[in-house]
Design a protein around this ligand. Structure first.
Ligand code: CP
Ligand code: NVA
Length: 307
């Protein structure tokens, strides 16, 4: 009997124990990188990256990470492949996964990613869909742990859109045992069903974003308009005007609260320059950590547990 392929399509695809392993492993891999220790367990392995939406961090972190581990990377976009000419995603999955060892996809509907995974011979990683962004939350929680220790029992304030990031935070809260205080404008809420969670006790909804931040250990937000929703830009600009993380919100949080943003950010919209460029912000560590956690993730999917 062959072992079923493991994919990473949503945060809830892994258990609490697997996350404990991955965070410890990412810390080791990061330490090796910082000490210029060559670590190349993925020589001769190839990662295909498929981008149907723009990216800076996801592309650079996966590509640099894979090269550092000794592997190779292919970058495929909608415009320069048959994906843009309506080749069925199932056929693309069958073909691409015969030639590479691992696939990372950034696309629109989660269902499309899932269809690819169902027809893939190799592990598939979600590099962002309309519904979820698990690699980002992996990096965010690793960053929280680096700065403050375990996130279990802590409060994370989510200020803004009930989007792919918010849904992934809720999944993480359910698995890792923390609470999300969520405040979205009316019409942009997120439900347990949308986030794919069963424990509604892991989040609390607040009408006023300032109330969501009270006592929080981490305050986080994201763009008002996610990729793929650009036609709603003007409506959202009006609806989200009061959902800008500012110093008053940070002052309502714990005195040592951190600020995170997955980036790219729009200063003066979802966050003030004072907060994102201020002393509580760890956004640059957060961005760098994408690479370290994803190296641990790729190693785990291809080689299993080390040691
Ligand atoms: N945070 C993030 O995923 O950034 P990119 O869109 O630049 O990849
Ligand atoms: N919610 C944003 C995240 C970008 C990294 C988007 O989907 O565009």
């Amino acid at each position: 009997m062959t072992t079923p392929i493991r994919h990473y399509l949503q945060f809830k695809d892994f258990t609490e124990q697997e996350y404990a392993y991955l965070f410890a492993r990412a810390a080791n891999i990061k330490a090796m990188f910082k000490q210029y220790v060559k670590y190349q367990p993925l020589v001769d392995r190839t990662l295909a990256m498929i981008f149907e939406k723009a990216s800076t961090r996801t592309r650079v972190s996966f590509e640099a990470g894979m090269y550092q581990m000794g592997g190779s990377v292919l970058n495929i976009t909608t415009g320069d492949s048959q994906l843009g000419r309506a080749e069925p995603i199932e056929d693309s999955a069958r073909v691409i996964s015969r030639m590479v060892d691992l696939v990372m996809i950034r696309t629109f509907e989660q269902a499309k990613l899932e269809r690819f995974a169902q027809h893939s011979r190799v592990p598939v990683i979600n590099g962002l869909t309309n519904e979820f962004h698990p690699c980002q939350i992996l990096a965010d929680i690793f960053t929280y742990i680096e700065h403050r220790g375990s996130i279990a029992g802590k409060v994370v304030a989510w200020v803004g859109d009930g989007n792919n990031m918010a849904a992934s935070w809720l999944q993480a809260a359910e698995i890792l045992g923390f609470t999300v205080h969520i405040s979205t404008p009316s019409g942009y809420e997120i439900s347990a069903a949308t986030a794919g969670i069963t424990n509604t006790g892991c989040y609390k909804v607040f009408r006023n974003p300032l109330d969501a931040c009270r006592g929080a250990h981490l305050v986080t937000t994201d763009v008002w308009t996610s990729m793929g929703f650009e036609s709603e830009n003007e409506t959202r600009r009006l609806a989200f005007a009061d959902w800008c993380v500012d110093s008053e919100m940070m002052a309502a949080a714990q005195p040592d609260a951190l600020f995170m943003h997955c980036l790219p950010a729009h200063r003066g919209e979802e966050v003030t320059a004072e907060v994102i460029d201020g002393p509580q912000s760890v956004v640059w560590d957060e961005a760098e950590n994408r690479m370290h956690v994803q190296k641990a993730l790729m190693e785990y999917l291809l080689l299993g547990r080390i040691g």
